[in-house]
Write a protein that binds this ligand. Structure first.
Ligand SMILES: *[C@@H]1O[C@H](CO)[C@@H](O)[C@H](O)[C@H]1NC(C)=O
Ligand SMILES: *[C@@H]1O[C@H](CO)[C@@H](O)[C@H](O)[C@H]1NC(C)=O
Ligand SMILES: *[C@@H]1O[C@H](CO)[C@@H](O)[C@H](O)[C@H]1NC(C)=O
Ligand SMILES: *[C@@H]1O[C@H](CO)[C@@H](O)[C@H](O)[C@H]1NC(C)=O
Ligand SMILES: *[C@@H]1O[C@H](CO)[C@@H](O)[C@H](O)[C@H]1NC(C)=O
Ligand SMILES: [Ca+2]
Length: 527
């Protein structure tokens, strides 16, 4: 069995089934041993593993039941959609079933009763797994293709979305974009997001049913018309920035923006013939396993790579525990034909025992110290073995030394703290008056204004005198006739002619004395 696998690796014509073996048992001059290769799972029909969501609520026809007709037969509106009758219902799942006996089953929207308000629907497909597209996405519309629609994709399970392709019968009018064709793209623009008019014009609803996202045409830019030169494609995928990611998705969304119009203007007197009906959405791709797995299985409702090369994670995106002596890397299609496995390595096995806890791939020998040390430690680590945190970072106590999250940024408040370093529990060193782990609070009796300053006045000890009011602990607003930090000083002491007009002149000597005393206690006033 193993011998057979080894044989296969060397005999398989490497055009299509390339990279489908992760390892094989080979015999060399030094005896038998494992040899490892970059590997990827086979392409699959991804619609079998998808979850779908159709928005907005109530966009699916049949609740309440309604009549509709087709562009071919616009005056015979006897067709009915009724969600409560299995024979007349058109739920979303019918976009993903297999069409038996050539009879199309389809999801259908409500009709455009609310014209001229737009008829909008979103169809969102989610895999909860990154997928690499290997063939065209093909969406089949039963009663005419939308005149305006948009395809969006997400790479992070629906947290953020990006346009993937625009479709309109008039790109300029709908999206202010010039119409382009994927076939006209070049090697440098293969991952351009464009607007196409190829799939939106009216050609009869039975004749032209499909809307495509052309993956093959984009591949063909590198691999030639029949995708014969896959080596060139794989080389490009490896080297051209962003190209691999362009074909990678976790979610897709079709935004249906205007239905088929039957090649003419909207006829308001018959809105029953405007709706969307999708019978199939074909998505062909493979699980993204970072070239560390050739199997992808459906477990507990999600696709999951069966990771090799001592990697782990849903996408084989990290090294297994105790296999982190160098940092994780994706496998590579290069060098052709077998690629590089870039396997994770057990501690101590990598480069003559220089452990870097997975934060560096390189060691260097320092002659005059006679030590081997890790070079360019990543993940904010430093030290001979990348075992310390960089200045301004502290050790994450819930992470192992070989965890990517091992160092946490101190995040000291720039104004409130002495410097941007912190102690082992993340506490920063605060300037006078500041407090809190990050020094972004003030101690009691201090107020924040570009740093912490001692209160000038407050409601307890540092009362403003003679009817003055304390403004944000920063100063007393004194009534006419008084001045001083706490309004403790009558103006008539300075200018006798004020004395008669000053309200409350002479004031309560006792309170003034108390206020001054308080100031004195805090070292503010020298009497
Ligand atoms: C469709 O999704 C987009 C975001 O991708 C959102 O802005 C829009 O409101 C959604 N439309 C409907 C009808 O839910
Ligand atoms: C998504 O996949 C992950 C990893 O397999 C799993 O833990 C999680 O429960 C899945 N989430 C959903 C919503 O299925
Ligand atoms: C993974 O670890 C096991 C156990 O140490 C080892 O036998 C195997 O060769 C390793 N695989 C790779 C690809 O390094
Ligand atoms: C600390 O490490 C754990 C384990 O990796 C991680 O889940 C957590 O997010 C890290 N904490 C911070 C603040 O980064
Ligand atoms: C870090 O500083 C805080 C506040 O000064 C202190 O409570 C804590 O014990 C210190 N932690 C260590 C490990 O020194
Ligand atoms: Ca169907």
């Amino acid at each position: 069995m193993l011998y057979l696998a080894a044989l296969l690796v060397h005999c398989v014509p490497l055009a299509m089934g390339q990279y489908d073996i992760c390892k094989s048992w080979v015999t060399t001059d030094d005896g038998p041993s494992w040899e490892f290769y970059a590997c990827q799972p086979k392409a699959m029909r991804m619609k079998d593993y998808v979850t779908v969501r159709v928005d907005p609520a109530g966009i699916t026809c049949g609740d309440p039941p309604e009549r509709f007709c087709t562009h071919e037969n616009p005056y015979l509106c006897s067709d009915e959609c009724d969600a409560s009758n299995p024979d007349l219902a058109h739920p979303p799942k019918l976009m993903f079933d297999s069409e038996d006996e050539g009879l199309a089953t389809y999801w259908q929207s409500v009709t455009w009763r609310r014209y001229p308000e737009p008829l909008l629907a979103n169809i969102t497909l989610s895999w909860n797994k990154s997928i690499e597209l290997t063939d065209d996405i093909v969406i089949t519309f039963e009663y005419g293709r939308p005149t305006i629609m948009m395809l969006e994709k997400s790479l992070d399970n629906g947290r953020t979305w990006h346009p993937y392709q625009y479709y309109a019968d008039d790109c300029m009018e709908a999206f202010s974009m010039p119409a382009r064709r994927v076939r006209d793209l070049s090697t440098t623009s293969a991952n351009r997001v464009l607007c196409t008019e190829e799939y939106s014009r009216w050609a009869g609803s039975k004749k032209e049913k499909t809307v495509r996202f052309e993956v093959r045409d984009r591949f063909a830019i590198f691999a030639g018309p029949d995708l014969k030169n896959m080596d060139n494609l794989y080389t490009r995928l490896e080297s051209a920035k962003g190209l691999k990611d362009f074909f990678t998705v976790t979610d897709l969304r079709m935004r249906l923006l205007r239905p088929a119009l039957g090649g003419t203007y909207v006829q308001r007197e018959n809105l029953y013939k405007y709706f969307y009906a999708v019978s199939n959405i074909e998505v062909t791709g493979r699980c993204k396993c970072n070239l560390h797995a050739n199997l992808c299985t459906f477990k507990e409702g999600s696709l999951q790579c069966e990771c090799e090369h001592n990697t782990t994670g849903q996408d084989c995106g990290k090294c297994k525990k105790n296999f982190r002596s160098r940092s994780w890397r994706a496998g590579s299609y290069l060098p052709l034909p077998n690629g590089s496995p870039n396997a994770c390595a057990a501690a101590g096995s990598a480069f003559g025992n220089c452990e870097c806890y997975g934060h560096s791939n390189r060691c260097s020998y320092i002659d005059f110290l006679n030590v081997v040390t890790c070079v360019s430690c990543k993940h904010n680590t430093r030290g001979q073995h990348c075992q310390h945190c960089r200045l301004g970072f502290y050790r994450n106590s819930s992470a192992e030394l070989d965890d990517e999250n091992v160092c946490i940024e101190c995040n000291c408040n720039q104004i409130g703290s002495m410097h941007d370093r912190c102690n082992e529990t993340g506490y920063c060193e605060c300037r006078e008056g500041a407090t809190g782990p990050k020094c972004d609070d003030c101690l009691p009796n201090y107020y924040w204004r570009q740093g912490c300053f001692p209160n000038v006045c407050d409601d307890e000890l540092l009362l403003c005198q003679n009817g003055g009011t304390c403004y944000q602990n920063q100063r007393c607003i004194c009534p006419v006739g008084f001045k001083g930090v706490l309004c403790q000083q009558s103006r008539c002491e300075v200018d006798k002619k004020d004395c008669d007009s000053a309200p409350g002149a002479g004031g309560s000597l006792a309170t003034v004395a108390l206020g001054v005393l308080a100031l004195q206690l805090r070292g503010w006033v020298d009497l």
